[in-house]
Design a protein around this ligand. Structure first.
Ligand code: GCU
Length: 444
């Protein structure tokens, strides 16, 4: 079976892609009156597509990659360019003048004296332009001699939502309305304090000897389609430019850029180990952590939690969310060029295992949730699995299994995977696996 109805499959084979998903009834009408193509969403393993998955080790000119040098010098750059130009968009290279940090608050006796908590504002340019408030917890046991590894990730609900701590101010920027967390009229309120704490087990991370740095993703680019006026993109517009070019970054690109600015700050701290920064994210922010990890090699571990389509899940499998759904529901996430692949995954020159492979030989952990079919747990597993040949070039072991493991079982060495029982979320269970993975790969 294919993603399209039988009539459409026939049309496809005749090469009329634009009308590919018309149903039987619709094909009887004249093209002029034909309804807009309807997409078939598949969540049945028996009906996954049969599109070929690209081989990460075959170069565009047909050369076969057999060494890590060839990968790093030839194949990786060409794949990287494709992810930039066709999907996430180019990140501007220009360094902003006026980038500086200011400590807004510091508590050296946080978490019963176990941690130092800091809220740090990163100004990108002028004070009234977008800026990023980073909430950092570092174990007090860490020192210049014994610096700590840090988990770096963006949050959905604001810094005040990751902890009950009343010291963290409620942010003033745009938030997605959410009855459960008390966000109304696109503004966060006191009611959302601590609302995301289950996703940020800070005390447990500190107990394991690691630090945590998080920031609200909307500080970088509010998560709605405003034509790229209110985030960091305008800071980089050339004279006369009003929106990113088709191959330039969208919101995911801006969020990933912000993760690198967090890394810029963290590596200046003596009690932070600059060789041990793990970037992590959930869902759309898992897509973001993978793209940040692909671009910024200072992230020595990359973690994707339930990132799904446009993250760790293969696009060409046709299971769960599709390229068309991403582009229709969230037109601002990816770049303009990515729109070409809506209902046309066959034309995509890349797939998501190759994004994971861009991180090699740095370790990548991918996690799914059993009830999160929209994110395609098997497709996420395969995203990691099919990156293995690239890790093998570096003598690194990947998942070590050929089939997805049973729920809640964590597998792998330089590539890790688990499928947590339950819903789309990031919980202590997931964090425990990430910390074990970090301990194994960082050797501490
Ligand atoms: C939607 C979207 C996903 C995304 C998720 C999230 O479900 O379709 O692609 O990962 O939101 O970010 O929570």
């Amino acid at each position: 079976m294919n993603r399209y109805s039988p009539a459409a499959v026939l049309l496809l084979s005749m090469g009329t892609l634009a009308t590919a998903s018309l149903t039987m009834a619709q094909t009887a009408t004249s093209p002029a009156t034909a309804a807009k193509p309807q997409e078939v969403i598949n969540q049945d393993e028996a009906h996954v597509g049969s599109l070929p998955i690209p081989d990460p080790l075959t170069c565009a000119d047909g050369t076969r990659v057999t060494s890590k040098e060839q990968w790093l010098e030839k194949r990786r750059p060409e794949l990287f360019k494709l992810f930039e130009s066709e999907m996430y968009g180019r990140t501007p290279e220009r360094k902003l003048e006026g980038l500086r940090t200011e400590v807004l608050l510091e508590n050296k006796m946080a978490l019963e004296g176990k941690a130092t908590q800091r809220l740090v504002r990163i100004y990108f340019t002028k004070a009234d332009a977008p800026h990023l408030d980073v909430l950092v917890y570092l174990p007090n046991a860490a020192s210049k001699e014994k610096p700590a590894g840090v988990f770096v990730g963006l949050n959905f609900g604001g810094n005040h939502a990751v902890t009950e701590d009343p010291a963290i101010p409620v942010p003033q920027g745009w938030f997605r309305n959410n009855k459960e967390t008390g966000v109304t009229q696109n503004r966060a309120t006191e009611a959302s304090r601590g609302a995301d704490a289950r996703r940020w087990p800070i005390a447990e991370v500190i107990t394991r000897g690691y630090g945590v740095a998080t920031a609200y993703y909307g500080d970088l680019d509010p998560d709605f389609d405003d034509g790229f006026q209110n985030g960091v993109q305008p800071l980089f517009y050339k004279e006369g430019q009003t929106k990113p070019e088709a191959d330039e970054w969208g919101s995911i690109g801006a969020w990933a850029w912000g993760l690198s600015r967090m890394a810029d700050y963290l590596v200046t701290l003596p009690e932070v180990d600059d060789k041990r920064l793990a970037v992590l994210g959930h869902s759309r922010l898992g897509k973001t952590s993978l793209w940040a990890g692909a671009q910024d090699t200072r992230f020595s571990i990359v973690i994707s939690n339930n990132s799904g389509a446009g993250g760790a899940a293969l696009s060409k499998r046709h299971f769960g969310e599709t390229v068309n759904k991403l582009n229709t529901n969230f037109p601002h996430w990816f770049n303009g060029n990515f729109k070409k692949y809506s209902m046309n995954e066959a034309a995509l020159p890349i797939d998501q295992h190759e994004l994971i492979a861009l991180c090699a030989p740095r370790p990548v952990y991918v996690a799914s949730a059993t009830e999160d079919l929209w994110a395609d747990p098997k497709g996420e597993f395969l995203g990691a699995k099919l990156a293995e040949p690239v890790y093998a070039l570096f003598g690194k072991k990947g998942l070590g299994v050929s089939e997805p493991p049973a729920p809640d079982v964590s597998v792998g060495e330089a590539l890790g995977y688990h499928n947590r029982t339950g819903k789309h979320d990031i919980l202590l269970f997931d964090w425990e696996k990430y910390m074990n993975f970090a301990a194994k790969n960082w050797g501490n």
